[in-house]
Design a protein around this ligand. Structure first.
Ligand code: NAD
Length: 511
């Protein structure tokens, strides 16, 4: 997905000056979305701060939603399900396809709001939003193809199967790709005939509501897509609601585990997109420039806050010198600063909490014997930017047992490890509780295939990294999750199969 020059070229627009002092309409308006309209919660016990990560300025306080708000959203979704689920897939697909086009027309508005939420560079936000439109379009196209099978049986009898929607789906999102989570979950859910209630991360509430407005403009009936803002408690109200048939969650492993436990009580369907600590393996025969590009894509997009990042970079001992020299030289050239400027490649860390966590991990790494060869420091790019900017960090002398090599950090911290043999690197790469992604850089086709088969991960990249074309399933092995998003298989996770047996002869009974 991500080559800065290419995407800046594709999505470059003249820079719009965005005031971050709360004058953006997306920031000022109510942020719940019910019955096709923005509204404030009616049952709010507390508020949380919406901050712009690049300035750390509070843009506004957002009221959390309570039981009454969740009941209302789920109730509307249940009511709307009756008619939405009865439409043909073609009709539902048309609404999704129109929504995709509306997002494309408003791409700049969406991208600016995504930057206010996340602090990521505007070119990345533009690229992410374009990808969301493509995903919605894709499921719009697939909606008419959702069907069952005809199974001929003996004596003219037959069975047929029908893929039926589940009912109300509750979505819970993390903060690194806010619109992507809302659209990767809502569009397959809606395509299958479900209705959808989404709770974004409290750090990034803006664009899920804009998606609701786009769905509405495209003709989605009121109540089919709702947004409920809030923190943990609001999420719990959604996941434990008796009328929610399925939960689709993206976030950390500990939260995913709690949500799975909640869903287990009522035997609810669940999709979990969780964390990772993925390997990126550079063999001695790799194209050096591509391998360095891949390692950077595997670590430094969105300030390193990417679930699939290949943060354990295994480099064959024989090429460590030239690899590291080129990597450090190119990393030092990355431009840190105002995310709204087109030439910036490093924006702001999402929050002070996350910044503190990243810096603590770098300190622990040093204490455990790793060395920083570049970055890992707070940067103040401009007096007007009081947010938490960190220079992309490269650690060497890393070993498998170190905390920084085992834990998901969720920041721009790349750990470089060396290896001698293919068998050794496969075994070390798989020695983790996670299994989200893995990268392999080699020009040896047989080796690439062999190693891809041996690695325990849901998304493998050969000679590239962090590429998510629409239609390619994405999801984790082991503790990185359950279920798949972004591909045709996703439709299985938003439907249930009904088998109907039809007897064409007399009933043969032994009594
Ligand atoms: P998090 O688990 O802290 O929170 C995620 C969401 O869950 C938030 O909306 C939060 O309010 C809500 N929540 C928290 N406790 C809850 C509960 N008990 N019940 C219901 N909802 C609850 O994660 P985060 O810090 O927002 O995101 C970072 C994590 O997300 C990282 O581990 C990252 O790897 C993961 N992630 C995974 C993917 C993927 O596709 N696999 C994508 C992006 C992020």
């Amino acid at each position: 997905m991500l080559r800065p020059c290419q995407f800046v070229r594709c999505f470059h627009r003249s820079l719009h000056v965005v005031s971050v002092t709360g004058s953006s309409p997306q920031v000022q308006q109510p942020l719940n979305f019910l019955q096709g309209k923005r509204c404030d919660p009616t049952d709010s016990a507390n508020k949380f701060d919406l901050k712009y990560p690049a300035t750390d300025e509070v843009l506004r306080q957002v009221p959390s939603s309570g039981q009454k708000d969740v009941d209302e959203a789920v109730g509307q979704a249940k009511e709307s399900f009756r008619s939405w689920s009865k439409l043909s897939g073609f009709e539902r697909g048309n609404v999704l396809k129109r929504t995709a086009n509306i997002i494309r027309e408003q791409l700049e508005k969406f991208a600016q709001a995504e930057v206010l939420d996340t602090g990521k560079p505007i070119w990345e936000a533009r690229f992410d939003i374009a990808g969301c439109a493509d995903t919605i379009d894709y499921y719009g196209g697939l909606a008419a193809r959702i069907s069952g099978e005809f199974l001929p049986l003996s004596n003219g009898s037959f069975s047929y199967t029908v893929r039926e929607p589940l009912g109300v789906v509750g979505g819970i999102g993390a903060w690194n790709y806010p619109l992507q989570m809302a659209s990767w979950k809502s569009s397959p859910a809606l395509a299958c005939g479900n209705t959808f209630v989404f709770k974004p991360s409290p750090l990034t509430p803006l664009t899920a509501v804009m998606l609701g407005e786009a769905y509405k403009e495209a003709g989605l009936p009121d109540g089919c897509y709702s947004v409920i803002q809030g923190e943990t408690e609001t999420g719990q109200l959604i996941t434990s609601h008796p009328d929610v048939a399925k939960v689709s969650f993206t976030g950390s492993v500990p939260t995913g585990s709690k949500i799975m436990a909640t869903c287990a009580k009522d035997i609810k369907h669940v999709t979990l997109e969780l964390g990772g600590k993925s390997p990126c393996i550079i063999f001695e025969d790799a194209d050096l420039h591509n391998a360095v590009s891949g390692a950077m894509l595997a670590n430094f997009l969105t300030q390193g806050q990417v679930c699939s990042n290949g943060t354990r970079v295994f480099v064959h001992k024989s090429i460590m010198g030239p690899f590291l020299a080129q990597l450090v030289e190119r990393t030092k050239r990355m431009k840190i600063g105002n995310p709204f400027h087109d030439d910036i490649t490093v924006g702001a860390t999402i929050s002070k909490e996350q910044f503190d966590k990243v810096m603590q991990y770098i300190e622990i790494a040093k204490k455990e014997g790793a060395s920083v060869v570049c970055g890992g420091e707070r940067v103040h790019p401009d007096p007007s930017l009081g947010g938490y900017f960190v220079s992309p960090c490269i650690l060497v002398n890393c070993e498998d047992h170190m905390t920084v090599v085992k834990d998901e950090i969720f920041g721009s911290v790349m750990s470089i490890l060396t290896f001698d043999t293919e068998d050794e690197v496969i075994s070390r790469a798989n020695n983790t509780e996670f299994g989200l992604a893995a990268g392999i850089f080699t020009n040896n086709l047989q080796r690439a295939y062999r190693v891809a088969s041996a690695l325990e991960a849901g998304s493998l990249y050969i000679n590239n990294y962090n590429v998510y074309p629409v239609g390619v399933p994405f999801g984790g092995y082991k503790k990185s999750g359950l279920g798949r998003e972004n591909g045709p298989d996703t439709l299985d996770y938003y439907t249930q199969v009904k088998s109907v047996y039809v007897e064409m002869g007399p009933v043969e009974a032994p009594f």
